[in-house]
Ligand binder design. Structure first.
Ligand SMILES: CCCCCCCC/C=C\CCCCCCCC(=O)NCC(=O)O
Ligand code: ZN
Ligand code: ZN
Length: 532
């Protein structure tokens, strides 16, 4: 005989089943979320695309570069400039005689530029140079090409050749301090203009060529003065500024064998702090428990051990990877096109290498340390310098606050020696005429290349030109491989003859393409026209 369940028991059974269903449903929620996330991640990966210019006039342009015949001659001209040691040691301490020698060298080597009726050369603040190229349509906004004449010092030890001998090795590479930073830019721009003038051409658009003389020690005497002179003349609006910066890279971005041209659309901020400690001086035979050097060392160790937080993915570096996504293998594409989900994971990988770490956060470099005068004297003071390069999503005051909190010692005095917030981001969308003019000139010059925007981790003279234009780009047209990154300010700085030829072609194309887009360029004011 089947015994029927009591109503009370039946109710409990039903309730139990109901809760079991809810429980089972709850278990499925992570599954559903996982499934939805996967769909979004895959969808974004499959639909990733590098925004292409919407300007047909640029897309269809087939602008030719400069002739190949003069390649070796051009290489020797750059080598000659590298023999002039225009070193900047610190603000106010520069090889000024060498700067003047470089002026004379440029004048002699680029006769067409220096004797042309529509090119005016001016010396600014004794050592910087400003060229005004007056086009046939001075009613259109002019632009500016910039580079710098000075270089950082070079210790000849460990170099393959003397850094100031301007040697061409194996008929392939031009070696010397300044090849990629930044005499390649100076000579490259002048070569392009020399070529254009010798061909009997004259640009439609006016442009300036600005060569500061102290970029490596702040640019205050050079680029700042150039900007002041222009502003005083009413030239307060430039269509765009193109200065040194990133390059075409190869094998630096994981996931692709393509050339990747990174155009700096912003640059990190700059903050130099002086940390100092006043301790108890005295005889080293009965030293104090803590010395000025000891206290300061501890503060510095804390700063080195405690990195600033990752800001990766919160600034324009997000676009860097989104632009690159369609050109990498599938796994990398999943990551690059889904920074909203994977930026934390990517940051953890990138922070393992010094170069990519600089892309992730504000960096802290201890660059100077002073303390002590004699082996048996406990010094009264110790001083150190810390140089931060500030991520665009962070402010100078946030970084100072972070340092204070990290050091957490009132005996350590912190003084700001120099500071500059990260630069505002210049436009770079598919509709941006100026960005796409530079991008198109890159596409025309380098094979199998993808152009992407980036934040420059170092600093340039563009800081002084921020008030002159809303479109500032930082790019030097050469190719850099992973083993080359340490050549900047390092040993065996060099450029290949072929890459240098490409640099000249690139600058020439910028001049030609700038005229192509003249219909899209805003007009100058009547006052500005008088100056052009
Ligand atoms: C995911 C990381 C991407 C980084 C790719 C970098 C590839 C190119 C390597 C280095 C470029 C460095 C540019 C250097 C410009 C130099 C300007 C300069 O020296 N300024 C002075 C200063 O900053 O102190
Ligand atoms: Zn430089
Ligand atoms: Zn430099």
């Amino acid at each position: 005989m089947v015994q029927s369940k009591s109503p009370k028991w039946q109710l409990r059974w039903r309730c139990g089943r109901w809760w079991w269903k809810v429980f089972k449903l709850l278990l499925k929620i992570p599954l559903v979320i996982g499934l939805l996330l996967s769909v979004v991640v895959l969808y974004r990966a499959f639909t990733a695309s590098t925004p292409a210019s919407t300007l047909d006039i640029l897309n269809n342009a087939q602008t030719a570069g400069v002739d190949d015949g003069l390649k070796m001659e051009r290489a020797h001209r750059l080598a000659g400039a590298l023999r002039i040691s225009t070193i900047s040691y610190e603000p106010g301490k520069q090889e000024t005689g060498e700067l003047l020698k470089l002026h004379r060298y440029l004048e002699k080597e680029f006769p067409a530029v220096h004797n042309c009726s529509f090119v005016k050369r001016e010396i600014i603040n004794v050592y910087s140079l400003l060229y005004t190229v007056t086009g046939t349509s001075p009613d259109k906004l002019p632009y500016m090409l910039a580079s710098h004449l000075d270089v950082v010092p070079a210790d000849p030890e460990h170099w393959e050749v003397d850094p100031f001998s301007g040697k061409i090795v194996n008929n392939t590479y031009i070696y010397g301090r300044g090849t990629i930073d930044d005499k390649g830019g100076v000579l490259g721009i002048l070569e392009a203009l020399e070529y254009l003038i010798k061909k009997g051409e004259r640009p439609q658009r006016s442009f300036f060529i600005a060569f500061g003389h102290d970029e490596e020690v702040s640019g205050k005497q050079g680029a700042q003065e150039i900007a002041r002179v222009l502003l005083k003349r009413g030239v307060d609006r430039l269509d765009f500024v193109l200065d040194e910066g990133y390059t075409v890279t190869r094998y630096i971005f994981p996931g692709t064998r393509k050339h990747v041209a990174l155009v700096g659309v912003s640059e990190k901020g700059y903050l130099t702090l002086e940390l100092s400690v006043n301790g108890s001086p005295g005889h080293s035979s009965f030293p104090p428990w803590e010395s000025a050097i000891g206290i300061l060392s501890e503060a510095i160790t804390k700063l080195e051990k405690n990195k600033l937080p990752s800001m990766f993915g919160t600034g324009p570096e997000r676009s860097t990877f989104e632009y690159l996504a369609p050109h990498v293998g599938f796994l990398h594409r999943l990551l690059y096109s889904n920074m909203w989900l994977f930026s934390g994971f990517m940051a953890r990988i990138m922070e393992k290498e010094a170069l990519s770490n600089a892309y992730v956060r504000t960096t802290s470099a201890i660059t100077v340390f002073h303390g002590g005068i004699k082996e048996n004297v406990v010094p009264a003071h110790a001083k150190a310098t810390i140089n931060h390069r500030v991520h665009p999503s962070q402010t100078i005051s946030e970084v100072i606050e972070f340092d204070k909190r990290t050091i957490d010692d009132p005996r350590v005095e912190i003084k700001v020696k120099a500071s500059k917030e990260a630069h505002t981001v210049s436009p770079y969308g598919p509709d941006d005429v100026q960005f796409n003019l530079i991008a198109r000139s890159i596409y025309q010059t380098f094979d199998d290349v993808v152009v992407i925007p980036g934040v420059l981790i170092a600093n340039t003279d563009t800081r002084w030109y921020l008030g002159l234009s809303s479109h500032l780009y930082r790019f030097f047209p050469t190719v850099i491989y992973p083993q080359d990154t340490n050549r900047y300010h390092g040993i065996d700085e060099r450029i290949s003859i072929d890459n240098y030829q490409q640099a000249v072609s690139f600058y020439y194309r910028v001049m030609k393409n700038a005229d192509l887009i003249i219909g899209h360029v805003a007009s100058t004011t009547a006052h500005q026209q008088r100056e052009l």
